[in-house]
Structure formats: structure tokens, C-alpha cells
Ligand binder design. Sequence first.
Ligand code: AMP
Length: 395
Amino acid sequence: MKILVINCGSSSLKYQLIDSETEQVMAKGLCERITIDGCLTHTTTGKEKYSRNVPMPDHNAAVKYVLEALVDSETGALASLSEIDAVGHRIVHGGEKFATSSVLTEDVIAAIEECNDLAPLHNPANLIGIRACMKLMPDVPMVAVFDTAFHQTMPDKAYIYGLPYRYYSDYKIRKYGFHGTSHSFVSKRTAELLGKDIRDTKIIVCHLGNGSSITAVDGGKSVDTTMGLTPLAGLPMGTRSGDIDPAIIEFVAAKENMTAEQVTTVLNKESGVFGLSGVSSDFRDLNKGIAEGNDRCRLAMEVFCYSVKKYIGSYAAVMGGLDAVAFTAGVGENDPLVRKLATEGLEFLGIKIDEKANQVRGEEICISTPDSKVAVWVVPTNEELAIARETAALV
Ligand code: AMP
């Protein structure tokens, strides 16, 4: 089957056309600056990549250009749009309504809309992408794949906050967790690499990218994860603070004469390793700063890795054991220093890193020593392929 995977944001739309039998990417691209002006970048596998400025006053226009790019007689990947068998949409928040992916119907769309206040920046944009695709491909089946669904197996003791219980019953305030498609994909692949049935494994997946989260996957099920009601919780990230003392919000608001909303924007956009280093949210820049002797880059790196290490320790405790740790996403796949600092001193847990193997970037490789009781792997994530697999399975 040929599956079009769509990841629609408020002003951008990423897409991949995947052949679900061969699992090869046939074409991929990105629409940027939707509603501002519009730019399409497209690559059909085996052909030259190109970028084109085209007017995208709304998401319908963006989807129209994507479909045109896919069937272009010279630069496209398909002879006709009728070759697209299904569309898989990445949806950020499925609340408690979705523990699995779902074929899109009007009822499912209404249920996603009901989750809008849990992800006000993301879900409405995801829905606009769904509507735009439905308008232009009315007869093609579509599937919603949720970032939160994989974590719906967490027990209540892991997802309830220590708040008045009615905040949960009235407003559904609880931990949901995100990056679920990636945690699911990487934990499954790690079990395969271990040569074990996933039901017999205890795996910690460290998805470390611009946004970062760690999940304890026990027997193939998410039992705890670091992100919360929103993706702001857990580890310090590129620009997000991660967990802080909640009293800081009021304290900073008073000191800086800001509203709670303004402080939350700082926590989302000006914090994390960016706020700490004062240099960048990008770990390549932090590494460069450290090499040049920049002490705040060192501090940002250490704060991040210290937090990763604490979660590895606590999730080993949560599961009562550990078979493997998997590092994935932009930082996890590419930054040997992060993997080294995050696992240093964990020999007591059975983790021993092979320094030489750890120098690898972006490849699937075991980075623990042969006598390490816990296997440590770098496992490149592939959320688009995971969405294509889910979509193919459902339609
Ligand atoms: P993601 O959100 O998974 O796309 O990850 C993006 C992040 O990965 C970037 O912001 C960088 O911090 C990090 N990254 C990408 N390449 C490298 C690299 N070669 N070394 C260190 N960090 C990297």
C-alpha cells in the first residue's frame, strides 16, 4: 500500500509517501510559512530536491501543492493520486479517549476536537490538516495516530498528580505523556535487537531531541513517562524547562511584573539548555561551546544529562529491573557526550558503556560492553514509518 503520512502544525506541514510493503520512502517534503507566504520543499526518492515559493494562504493550499508535487510528471513519485491507498495523520493529543490509532470518522474528529483544550497549539492545527486532506481526497481512508495513545497503559498511581482529585475528574488534569509513536517504535525494535519477546523485557527509551522524554516500557507497555499534561514536563529540553518547583511561576511573575501566561511562555520558549547556556538550544552548539571553554554550555549539558540519569535510575526502580536502555532522536542518536554523561556511574545497575562504540552517530548500534548486564543501544526512531505501519494495519 502507498501511505501518505501527514504531520500538520500551525504554519507547517511535513509529509512522507511510504510504500508499506517495502517500507521505503517514495517521496517526502515540507510546507513552511503556511498562512504567511508559503514555501514547499519536495524530494522524490532518486530525483533532485527542490524548493519553491508558492502562496499558501491556508492549509488547503498547502495540501494542494503537496498532491501536485507527488504527481508531477517530471519530479513526482506517482502517476495519479488514485495510487494513494490511505493517509495517516499524526495527532498530538488524544486525551483519555484514544488508547490506539483510529480510522477517521466524523465521530473520531469530534472526539479529537474535544481534546483541543489539552493541546491548544497542536490539535487544532492537526484537525485543519485532516479537513484539508479530506476535502481534496474525499474517498481515501484516513487514520489518526496519537502521540499520547501509547501511554494510556500507565497505572493511575503514575498518571495522577498530587492535586485535588476533582481537577482530574472535572478537567482531566493528569499525566498523558507524548512521543508515544517513537517510544513504541523504539521499544519494539530494541526487543527485536535483544532477541526477546517484548512481553519479557524491561526497557527504558530515552527520546532526546529538541523535545525530550523518557519512558519506562515494561512488557511492551508504557508504565511511566516524563512528559505530563503537556510536553513541558520532565527533562529540561532545547528551550523547555522541564520539571520545576511550581512556586517559581508566581515568584518570577512578581519579580518581573509578568502574567502567569507570560512566565509559561518563558518556560516553553526561553528555558532548558537554551536558557541555561545563553548560547543555543542545539546540542551541536553546546558541544562547540564546551570545547571552547564556555562554562554555561558545560552547565547546560551537565544539567540535562544529570536529569536523564535520574530518570534512568528511577524507571529501573519503577520496573524492578532493566534489560536495555535505548537512546533515540536527534540528540540521543547523535551525541556521544550526552550518552556518556547520562550513563556514567550506573555500573551498579549493570550498565557498562563501550567508549569506542559510543562514538557512533545516527546508526543502530549496541554501545554497551559484551559483559554489561543491561544492553545499551542507539536505535534511530522513525515516527513516519510507525504511522505508516499503523495506518496500513487499520485500513
Ligand atoms: P529532533 O527534535 O529529534 O529532530 O532533534 C533535533 C536536535 O538534535 C537538534 O536541536 C540538536 O540539538 C540535536 N542534534 C542533531 N544533530 C546532532 C549532532 N550531530 N550532535 C549533537 N546533537 C545533534
